[in-house]
Design a protein around this ligand. Sequence first.
Ligand SMILES: Cc1ncc(C[n+]2csc(CCOP(=O)(O)OP(=O)(O)O)c2C)c(N)n1
Ligand SMILES: [Mg+2]
Length: 369
Amino acid sequence: MPRKPIAIENKLEHLSILDEHGTLDAKLEPKIPDKDLQKLYKTMLQSRLLDERCLHLQRQGRIGTYGPSKGQEAIPLGAAYCLTKDDWFVPSYRETAGFLWRGWPMGMFMLWWGGHEAGSAIPAHVNDTPLSVPIATQCQYGMGIAWGCKLRKDNTVCVAFVGDGGTSQGDFHEALNFAAVYQAPLVMVVQNNHWAISLPRHAQTRSQTIAQKAIAYGIDGLQIDGNDILSVISAVREAVEKARAGGGPTLIEAVTYRLAMHTTADDPKKYRTEEEVKPWEARDPLPRFANYLRKKKLLDDKMQALFEEEIRKELDAAVAYYESYKHDPYELFKYMYQEMTPELRRQMTELEQHLGASAPKGAAHATAH
Ligand SMILES: Cc1ncc(C[n+]2csc(CCOP(=O)(O)OP(=O)(O)O)c2C)c(N)n1
Ligand SMILES: [Mg+2]
């Protein structure tokens, strides 16, 4: 028998609605109330200013190693906008603008980067998981949570995030395969920011796009301009509605760029050129969204100044909260399990003996938070 082509049912598209010059494809413009557009912009600005403040805190030795999300604000923010509070938001570590939309206090975010366990204490009003630094592990949480949503039949869905580098981990593939087989309501958003620390996207996978990996799992895949919040909202909204209606998972590759360093422990000048970064600065999601709002008369200089003033006051209060936080030296033993293991108890007792009577007693707080 001769070889013959296999007809694979798929469509792979790229979506861009607001280009880098602020030109709108009006046919594709998603319906978003004016008030929401303004709140989204303020949150994007808040994320950018929080990022700047955390960088300064790190440089002054007042916070731990910090991983900026500058340039990637539109992706987690647009995605979070498409969720209800009961839906699940499963982040990696560059979803700052999404955390803010979900109502995470900025002081809590600072506690996380300051190394405190309390930075993982998600507010009770949302179904979110904490920042996840072990690469791609959150893909499995997202898949399991999405499967749970389906089994509970409570009409909720899960959006999980991973980086381009994370797509090389087995966790990513296992999660998507499982979600596809069980038709779990999972939306997997890949933040393709072109770099995994110093490893460029082209060295990460031989695939032409990350979105096309969806074809292998038998699910829908879509590539979008991740620096355009309108594209993000449009794509995630469609995927969330499909998942909620029982249509199964979607893989969205959101193309963006990490404008800052990987973390404060990294110097990107060692592996990438200014010429590479410059065009991406022109595609920054923040001024692009601002231009769109200005054209719609939803933003002006006065409003911009007011937003900045309000955010800076909130930031000052968040830093004050973070820096006055009373550290519990025993908290690191208490988060992992409902009941501590004998080995953890032994280690905590050892620390108690080491710290002496001056430190708060660990045993009194022995159960998990
Ligand atoms: C399991 C695991 N392996 C390695 C690392 C070290 N590490 C931290 S960030 C990173 C690169 C991640 O790149 P990407 O997924 O593209 O995310 P980005 O940092 O670009 O947002 C690596 C390898 C880790 N944190 N976890
Ligand atoms: Mg990356």
